[in-house]
Design a protein around this ligand. Structure first.
Ligand SMILES: [Zn+2]
Length: 401
């Protein structure tokens, strides 16, 4: 009887296994402790999430990968089938472009910024801050209201698309940039606050190779497109920064989604952001936009210990959460990254906070998990509104400081 039960379980398992391997599936894994979290960070399996979370983290099981799920030896359940990750650039697009209702590919994003720059040369300048692994330029746009005859005293840096598949991030950059530009050119009262003496620096797509790859080849791609020595591709740029580099929540496994690279700042895309902040006024504020989960997060990521600025950072995070919730009643969760989710070492806000004492935040945009980073286009505009409100609340806090 016992033998029969075992063999029927085995048959059921094989049936599930062969069926699951035909497509792309999403599973939820129970992360019981920090050891589980680190095992997941070191795994070859795709993470269907921006961060690994204590509690539960969703993962991607592609064709042939089911045995890897077994070998994790962690409790899991099936969530659903994922869309085919290939050929998203072949999908039909409407004839009229609108960044509020559709996702733009890389050329369309830079093209939109260029149109706005050329129409507003008095306020907008563009410069190249680096070149990606595959040779694409990494652009930054500077927005500055020089009419006050006040020089640039400090900077507010906003970064988009460090993780390739989080398409709502670059989409939100377009909206925030346009709102600020409107405030400077036509309607200052409606857009306030614009912080006097502050230059705004936008990196529209920090990881252009990865972003292009999500359109052409694999919608699920997260990292850059570095060819690694072992034959795999990609470094997680948000584990490649120098503060806390090499610690928990990053991996030395080249195939891992959280592979940290061979050294701190080994990647040209990471160097580009450092190059930018080396050549501008001190960074007073920094936001790195990601998806998904609906979080406002701050330092530290690399340790669960509270940062010296915890009180002010939490008050500001609360103001950002309240501003966001006032828009469409979505309640974002706030907290320091390490204690709130799980450790993440070598991340951009830790770098900016450590180096400049900047008000440095990660905002994880929509949703809370239903669609994840395959966020439907009918949620773009509402999410952009929330991204703007988070930005605006932080600006107000900088102004009041
Ligand atoms: Zn991310």
């Amino acid at each position: 009887m016992r033998l029969r039960l075992t063999s029927s379980l085995l048959i059921a398992a094989l049936a599930v296994s062969s069926w699951a391997q035909t497509g792309w599936n999403r599973y939820s894994v129970e992360v019981r402790n920090d050891a589980d979290a680190q095992r997941l960070a070191d795994s070859d399996l795709g993470i269907f999430s921006c961060h690994i979370h204590r509690g539960r983290t969703d993962i991607i099981v592609g064709p042939g990968e089911f045995p890897k799920l077994w070998s994790l030896r962690m409790p899991y359940r099936w969530v659903g089938v994922l869309p085919d990750p290939r050929g998203w650039d072949q999908r039909p697009q409407p004839a009229t472009l609108n960044y509020r209702t559709q996702y733009y590919n890389y050329d369309q994003i830079i093209g939109q910024y260029e149109e706005w720059r050329l129409q507003n040369l008095r306020y907008v300048t563009r410069f190249q801050i680096g070149t990606s692994v595959q040779g694409r330029p990494i652009w930054a746009y500077r927005l500055f209201q020089s009419t006050r005859k006040r020089p640039e005293e400090q900077s507010f840096v906003v970064n988009f698309g460090i993780h390739a598949r989080e398409w709502i991030s670059p989409a939100s950059g377009l909206h925030i940039f346009r709102k600020l530009l409107d405030g400077m050119t036509t309607d200052p009262a409606a857009i306030k606050p614009i912080i006097p003496g502050t230059a705004y620096y936008f990196i529209p797509v920090m990881n252009p190779d990865g972003y292009a790859y999500t359109w052409s080849t694999n919608r699920m791609w997260r990292k850059n497109r570095r060819p690694n020595s072992g034959g795999s591709f990609g470094v997680d740029l948000n584990r490649n920064f120098s503060k806390g580099w090499g610690g928990s929540g990053s991996s030395s496994n080249q195939s891992s989604e959280t592979y940290r690279g061979t050294a701190a700042l080994s990647e040209p895309e990471s160097q580009a952001l450092v190059n930018l902040v080396n050549n501008i006024s001190p960074v007073a504020a920094f936001i790195d936009y990601h998806s998904y989960g609906e979080y406002v997060l701050w330092a530290w990521g690399y340790t669960a210990t509270a940062s010296p600025g915890e009180t002010w950072l939490r008050q500001t995070g609360t103001a950002m959460r309240d501003g966001i919730a006032g828009q469409h009643a979505h309640n974002y969760t706030i907290g320091a990254t390490g204690p709130t989710l799980y450790l993440a070492s070598g991340v951009t806000p830790d770098y900016m906070y450590d180096r400049f004492n900047a008000a440095a935040y990660t905002i994880e945009l929509r949703d809370k998990g239903q669609f994840g980073f395959i966020l439907p286009e009918n949620q773009i505009s509402d999410t952009q509104d929330e991204a703007w409100q988070g930005f605006r609340a932080l600006s107000q806090r900088i102004l009041d400081r």
